[in-house]
Design a protein around this ligand. Structure first.
Ligand code: GLV
Length: 328
């Protein structure tokens, strides 16, 4: 019997590929070419499934051009590269990769917070440039993390992981804002207090963004919001580019209207706003918050399990539009 045809749009772990090959006729991209939309459409011809990553846009035009497609399994928890409404309308299942990256990503958010607060990148650049030849009382003096107020915008699983690290590990007072308030048990586990967005901006010594990107969260942090923050505050974005107005942030950093920032995601990445590259008080990383080998393998395997579960038994593990499962 012919196996169903699927596409793996980017290079993945050989063991994950081997698992997929047991069930499917797989076209892989182990050379890891980055395909523009037209090429992706070409590669998707005749495929019933695709393992995608955050850079692969699946929208109405792609779906219309790929009528055989029945599932796209994203190897990411975020799925703003999917037009889920268009996928549902066409009966195409969307899945993401939640949970397996929560703690790893929360670790990274905290690392970025600490690096920004304690000016670690600035210090390292200074040292590497051979400029370290003396001691000075205020050399790279930053702001404290322990005992300060941690603000979290977007209190999903990763936000909660960061809250717990801050509250239990660093004695921080945690405040958060979210579309919906957590139930009392979760709030007490995270030692977190729900506040308005304005109170969050005004009160946080360190503000971590962990909300999903959508039209509603576009530029949730712009010049107006930055103006409400403390001049000693840090801003950390491990969510998505576009949630922060990067030009406004670069200006606020340059004018020291906030102390520092740590950014793992950028508007229009992998391009980075040129002004961010020239301000010293920002730590920049290339969208690697979930990047440990065990976690990336777990994400790849979850995406693969979604393809296998859906295409062999109509039982995906983490569907985003489960209504598709009942459409015959
Ligand atoms: C990474 O950004 C993800 O959404 O998994």
């Amino acid at each position: 019997m012919n196996k169903p045809k699927i596409l793996v749009a980017r290079a993945i772990f050989p063991e994950t590929l081997a698992r997929l090959q047991q069930h499917f006729d797989v076209q892989a991209n182990q050379a890891d070419e980055s395909w523009p939309a037209a090429r992706l459409i070409e590669k998707l011809q005749g495929k019933v499934g695709a393992l995608t990553t955050g850079g692969d846009r699946i929208d109405g035009a792609v779906l219309a051009a790929c009528p055989a497609l029945r599932i796209c399994a994203n190897m990411a928890v975020g799925y703003n590269n999917f037009d889920v409404e268009a996928m549902t309308a066409r009966g195409v299942l969307a899945t993401n990769a939640p949970d397996v990256l929560t703690e790893t990503t929360a670790d990274f958010g905290f690392a970025l917070l600490m690096a920004a607060a304690r000016r670690m990148s600035e210090g390292e650049h200074f040292l590497r440039a051979g400029k370290w030849n003396t001691w000075r009382y205020d050399m790279f003096a930053g702001v404290d993390v322990h005992g300060t107020t941690l603000g979290i915008l977007g209190m999903g699983r990763i936000g909660q992981g960061i809250a717990k690290r801050g509250a239990h590990g660093f004695g921080m007072k945690v405040i958060y804002h979210n579309r919906s308030r957590l139930d009392a048990a979760l709030e007490s586990e995270c030692k977190a207090r729900y506040v308005s967005k304005e109170e969050l901006l005004r009160g946080a010594d360190h503000l971590v963004l962990v909300l999903p990107y959508s039209a509603a969260s576009h530029h949730a942090i712009g010049a107006g919001e930055l103006a409400l923050m403390k001049p000693t505050a840090t801003l950390i974005n491990i969510a998505r580019g576009g949630i922060v107005d990067d030009a406004a942030l670069a200006q606020a950093l340059r004018e020291k209207r906030i102390a520092a920032a740590g950014l793992d995601v950028f508007e229009g990445e992998p391009r980075v706003h040129p002004d961010l590259l020239t301000v010293p008080n920002v730590v920049l990383t290339p969208h690697i918050a979930s990047a440990t080998m065990p976690t990336r393998l777990a994400m790849a395997n979850l995406a693969a399990d979604n393809l296998i579960g859906f295409l062999t038994q109509n039982k995906p593990l983490t569907p985003l539009n489960p209504a598709v499962l009942t459409i015959k």
